[in-house]
Design a protein around this ligand. Sequence first.
Ligand SMILES: N[C@@H](CCC[C@H](N)C(=O)O)C(=O)O
Length: 287
Amino acid sequence: MRTIGFAKGHGTKNDFVLVPALDGTPELGPDEVVFLADRRGGVGGDGVIRVVPVEHAPEEVRAGAGDAQWFMDYRNQDGSVGEMCGNGTRVFAKYLLEHELAGGDAFDIATRDGVKRMTVVENGFQVDLGVWRLAREQEAAGRGSDSVVQAVGMPDPLPALSIDMGNPHNVVALPPEFDLSTLDLTHPPRVDPVPEHGSNVEFVRAVGPGHIAMRVHERGVGETQSCGTGAAAAVVATWWWAGRPAGQLDWRVDVPGGRLGVRLDGEHVLLSGPAEIVATGTVDLPE
Ligand SMILES: N[C@@H](CCC[C@H](N)C(=O)O)C(=O)O
């Protein structure tokens, strides 16, 4: 039996099991990730994050790590690898500071989507998520959308926009009067065309100027209380559909687990919000 240390944390209730791997171990296979993320038989979380010194990161991460000292090795609840996790970066940063593995008001962390700059801010952390991209620019520019999404509780399939935030998203806008709580996200939404590598899907409703509400169905997880890269994609899509207004660069995003801030800074997207570590302990991995 292998006994490992863990911490449990969340960012707007998008929750993670953090596993310190300070000498590069433990490695975790998909079954061990599924066990740790299991809310009944394991610790429980939307994802599992290993805290890995960059020198023990995979070669492709090390090559682009710059000055970053730590690699956020993120896995989804189903054991699959995710390139990026916006809420995860803040919880990871909180863990590093609490354990004096990082210091100061700003530092870099390495992810599978490159280096992310973390800054301590009043309500938690801000992360520079990097440059957003339309996944199918020509098609989106022509039609205003490039895919169609249908979920249980939506009267009809609706056009959506595929956005690359380092990981894949499809954002669908619902009418402002639509009650998001009527969606049934226990069933995965259908996205057409079917994304080659799967997709996170955001259901968005405008609340007011610079203010949206959303629910999200995450690839490899199911519905979560929050998704940082999803909030960023939702803002980008809403702003893009609105004709890219220069005066509307700061956004609030209400998610079931709380509120996130998103700032559009040139082509970069900055995400801010809280991060909490709520427990630490040890756990025995099954044989
Ligand atoms: N919750 C995350 C995104 C986690 C990864 C996602 N499920 C994927 O597979 O792309 C966030 O806060 O960004």
